[in-house]
Design a binder for this molecule. Structure first.
Ligand code: NAP
Length: 248
């Protein structure tokens, strides 16, 4: 059974990693997919072709998630091209990990813009068409460290904790309009972002993970599919830990 037929989704940061898996999963379930990236032109082109070959409409947009005007232009372009925006996945994100003593103001701002301001930027511009349609699902990519904190990740953790506060607020603001807003808090997921953790062996991290392994992007995409679809019709304002039991 396809869960997202006749829906249009925007997924930010889908040239690689978790966003890529979400875009593919949504297309598999019949959604038309507009997706963004920041600099990986070739990966994005290949991804656009792959999605279109799955029988849905798909388009890549080079759009910096941290830029307010770019988010407005993106939402307008997608509406013009696709007609609706039913699902918005704010997935794009970066990390610049360092001990607080060494975090520069520039690094702090870079992380906040890409991870947190980005969520404000696009959500603000997709809720108008969703309100008109009296329906919508917004999914924000937080992290286990946004829930629990982590030494050496103060900027990243703060941005991801901010996403949780934003998510709960928007759920309360727009629940009466049938617009749902939820967050996913992944643990260690196998992507470029966590590649460096494997130096010296991934096993060293397993003592923190009850399931004793890293997660796969597809396992986060399954949760996003649930939150995007009518299967979660009465779920809003929630943070779904997807972390092999790290946060219990
Ligand atoms: P990734 O493999 O590094 O991929 C990041 C994606 O985001 C790429 O498509 C990248 O585009 C895009 N991107 C980055 N900054 C952007 C910007 N300013 N504007 C537009 N696109 C931008 O990362 P990932 O591991 O899949 O992570 C995806 C999300 O999950 C992030 O929000 C991350 O914080 C969160 N998360 C990841 C993990 C994990 O273990 N991997 C755990 C918890 C949460 P380009 O290819 O063009 O650079």
């Amino acid at each position: 059974m396809k869960l997202l037929e006749n829906k249009t989704a925007i997924v930010t940061g889908a040239s690689r990693g978790i966003g890529e898996a979400i875009a593919l999963k949504f297309a598999e379930h019949g959604a038309n997919v507009a997706f963004t990236y920041r600099s990986s032109d070739e990966l994005a082109k290949a991804m656009e072709e792959r999605l279109n070959s799955m029988g849905v409409k798909a388009k890549a947009y080079k759009s910096d998630a941290g830029d307010f005007a770019a988010a407005e232009a993106l939402a307008n372009d997608v509406l013009k091209e696709f007609g609706t925006i039913d699902i918005c996945v704010n997935n794009a994100g970066i990390s610049k990990d360092n001990l607080l003593l060494r975090v520069t103001p520039e690094q702090w701002d870079e992380v906040m813009n890409a991870n947190l301001k980005s969520v404000y930027n696009l959500t603000k511009h997709v809720i108008r068409p969703m309100m008109k349609a009296k329906s919508g699902s917004i999914i924000n990519m937080s992290s286990v460290v946004g829930v629990a904190g982590n030494a050496g990740q103060s900027s990243y953790a703060a941005s991801k904790a901010g996403i949780i506060g934003f998510t709960k607020s928007i759920a309360q603001e727009l629940g009466s309009r049938n617009i749902r807003c939820n967050a996913i808090a992944p643990g260690f997921i196998e992507t470029d972002m966590t590649d460096y953790l494997k130096d010296g062996g991934a096993e060293q991290w397993f003592s923190q993970i009850p399931m004793q392994r890293f997660g796969k992007p597809e396992e986060v995409a399954d949760v996003a599919l649930f939150l995007a679809s009518d299967m979660s019709g009465y779920v809003t304002g929630q943070v779904i830990n997807t972390c092999g039991g790290m946060n219990t």
